[in-house]
Design a protein around this ligand. Structure first.
Ligand code: FNR
Length: 183
């Protein structure tokens, strides 16, 4: 199963990127996760959407060919980051490549709530007609106090968190394999 990942932080030491890379390695036998370089996208501009920049066209193609999308979101001021919203906006127009794709959401923050507010907003955004990704009820991955859960080598070493993500990925793969992707 081919999954594309949209990671909402461009910080060099991003926990959300570390989490995505951890998942990429840990679940490599079940899912092939490709992290898309959404930090290279220009600001969305409606004037440019019909003749989009090459990077937009390239990433659209990758999403179109994928079997699902992994969103890894930080929480910025009780919402998702501008960078992630920018990517979603590009991919929701002209060719609505995310519509009907199964999606999994994860998020990590140093606060106690682990991106709850950002994820609530993300779910609302995913429900917009041009976005239209499907999510499995429940299966919400909120990783709070994340700075206490990764070691210096970038490994997630909190056992109960890892076990929980294992179960969510298993549920996601079982569901996404049978979900009818529509457009
Ligand atoms: C934050 N942070 C933050 N954390 C949180 O739990 N709730 C919030 O509303 C915010 N707001 C916020 C705004 C801005 C502009 C920044 C830069 C940061 C902290 C944030 O969760 C923390 O920096 C994470 O480490 C960001 O994710 P990455 O970069 O580690 O993936």
């Amino acid at each position: 199963m081919k999954i594309v990942a949209l990671v909402g932080s461009n910080r060099s030491d991003s926990y959300n990127m570390k989490l995505t890379q951890f998942m990429q390695q840990r679940y490599s036998e079940k899912v092939d996760i490709e992290i898309l370089p959404i930090n290279q996208l220009p600001f969305y501009n409606q004037d440019e959407e019909l003749d989009s920049p090459a990077i937009v066209k390239e990433l659209r193609g990758k999403i179109k060919e994928s079997d699902g999308i992994l969103f890894a979101t930080p929480e910025y001021n009780a919402s998702i980051s501008g960078m992630l919203k920018n990517a979603i906006d590009w991919f929701s127009r002209v060719e609505t490549v995310m519509v009907g794709k199964p999606a999994m959401i994860v998020g990590a923050s140093m606060g106690a709530l682990g991106t709850v507010k950002a994820q609530m907003q993300l779910r609302q955004i995913l429900n917009a007609p041009g976005v239209g990704t499907l999510t499995l009820p429940g299966n919400e991955v909120f990783i709070g106090s994340v700075h206490e859960k990764f070691d210096d080598e970038g490994n997630l070493n909190d056992e109960s968190t890892v076990e929980f993500i294992d179960s969510v990925v298993t549920n996601f793969v079982n569901w996404a394999e049978n979900a009818k992707v529509y457009s």
